[in-house]
Design a protein around this ligand. Sequence first.
Ligand code: SF4
Ligand code: SF4
Ligand code: SF4
Length: 428
Amino acid sequence: MSIENIQDDFNLSIWEQAQYTADLCIKCNICTSHCPVHRVTDLFPGPKFVGPQAQRFRSPHEISVDESLDYCSGCGVCTMVCPHGVKVMEMNAKARAKLYRRKSIPWRNRLLGRSELLGMLGSPFAPLANFMFTNPFIRWLTEQVMGIHRHAPMPLFSWETFRGWYRGVHQKSGRRLVSDKKVVFFHGCSANYYEPHVGKAAVAVLEHNGFEVIVPKQVCCGLPMLSNAEFDAARKNACKNIKSLVKYARQGYKIVGASTSCTLSLKSDYRHILDIDTEDARLVAHQTYDISEFLLELAEAGQLKTDFQPLPVSLPYHLPCQLRAHNMGLPAIDLMELIPGVIIKHVQADCCGIAGTYGYKKEKYQIAMDVGRPLFDQIKQSGSAVAICDSETCRWQIAHATGVKMIHPVELLAQAYGLAYGKGGWDV
Ligand code: SF4
Ligand code: SF4
Ligand code: SF4
């Protein structure tokens, strides 16, 4: 096939596309000028250098020798801005995997990749675990022993998990909606162990719109493992999720998630990065929606309830990079602006810097904070006490850097509908 068709040929994995698109690079340097990491540190020579330029000297069996690659955060800005369709971020991810095959993955990275295991261990002992994670001495010790930065924005564990609430309190309360209209909810690790109020808000909004919410068996989407170069472990999780979700997808149910990274994994990464291109994976991908995307589609079809109470607020909104990779526009903004009185100010800054687990690492914490500085400054200058973002790790990083209360768009909707959804309540 011709090189021009490579980017659009869905029979090629992203890895194969990455390899072939190196030859499309015309060395214009646009990617390097937009790279948020290169902008703040000399430790990273930039996407053009470690991407297409280095790729030409790699063979599939040769291990990359460029250790500076490890400073790429994987934000994907380079791939998005390249005018020639070069898959720079994907090229870097593959080369990084090779690098770690040579020098083995540090156990700190393995631990950070296991958000579900951390949640399962920490959640039942939430008060103690939260005391430990907020104690300055223990954080200093963790930095010395494990290499997790003492100021990194560790989320607090919730004693009540989302699944526990759904199967216990919600189910037994008799308030759980049973309906012919059904939707499947993929809660992910964050809503389950750290922010159940986001999952509860999603359930409240979906039920308010007449949907019975099914919460199927699921495991961590695998993205934290993937971003720490643990492809085999991520693949195992992906296969478990596909097996569980495909039963519902076959019945035509839509799968909705309130975490942009989880939904991106289901929609795209399983197939394009983990190479699981089965019929089941394609069906799950086809049926998966970000919650704002799903609700906006309802609104456009005239099926979304609009009994919103007016909220006279003007709130900053950060668009997470993973959401850009969904290629679905800005559904959260369009949706929130359906609420009378709400004005959403889209903050014009690329990245908050945290990039999943990148900003937790001792050697990268300051880079992540410097990357996010323009975003933090704009949010602080807005003077708002509340800001909005669809991605949990971005919310934690922005709250840590600015002191502003961060919420998910679905929480604003739940509030405007006047729905009670637990402790996540806030005042605008
Ligand atoms: S990868 Fe794309 S943006 Fe970067 S130098 Fe090459 S052509 Fe330009
Ligand atoms: S993925 Fe982000 S950090 Fe990595 S090279 Fe591209 S723009 Fe830079
Ligand atoms: S951390 Fe947030 S802003 Fe940064 S790369 Fe990830 S999604 Fe984008």
